[in-house]
Ligand binder design. Sequence first.
Ligand SMILES: C[S@@+](CC[C@H](N)C(=O)[O-])C[C@H]1O[C@@H](n2cnc3c(N)ncnc32)[C@H](O)[C@@H]1O
Length: 234
Amino acid sequence: MGVSAVSNKDTVKNHFEQEAHEFDELITNLIPYYRQMVESIVSTLPFEASADIDIIDLGCGTGTVSRAIKDVYPNAKITCLDIAENMLQMARLKLKDAPETVYLNEDFYNFNFDKKYDAVVSSLALHHLETTDDKLKFYKEIYAGIKEAGIFVNADNVLASNDVYQQKFMDQWKRFMRWNLSEEDVVNIWIPKYYEEDRPAPLMDNLDMLKEVGFKSVDVVWKYYNFATFMALK
Ligand SMILES: C[S@@+](CC[C@H](N)C(=O)[O-])C[C@H]1O[C@@H](n2cnc3c(N)ncnc32)[C@H](O)[C@@H]1O
């Protein structure tokens, strides 16, 4: 796709290669209301349940979003893309009853859309794009990879619009993690990992970028402090 190479990418890839087997258990302890967030992606898709649709899941991980889509849209043909082969292996298991699923071991930075999709979905993945410029360039690629009247739905880690609220968002996130994890793990593992690997942009900047690349209608469908599901209609 032609965006710049990133120094952090190998760290992110290695992290998910190593975490693949425990990811599904971890994620519900780390991400507030993760299942609700995934559900918000599925419920935002504007198709009939019987629709024969092409969907790509960018940064599919262990395939949770794809699985949830397939449960509601049995005729959907899903492409699962991820940089970490071990995550794709877990996705293959989760979607083993959907042999038509395509698995792409690809990097957002090099990926050229192979066709146009009815929907592009993503969850907790695009904040790994390093810079604002990288995000804008990839949003352009996504726009071009969607059919007319198709949709992009992204659930992701976002920043607040100012420092005071960013602090509140972080405090709230830590509060959530402490319900499930030890204080030591929150402070010594998960918060440092967030600062090392994650590059979220403010929600409002994401929405502006989506309008800038050409989407005609943009909205937020679910939010919990620094996590949001937002959509863009072509
Ligand atoms: C936090 S996980 C989310 C997985 C899944 N979407 C979910 O919500 O459960 C982020 C995923 O994005 C993938 N990822 C990160 N950077 C990527 C890149 N540059 N290209 C492709 N996948 C990437 C990781 O390997 C990982 O599987």
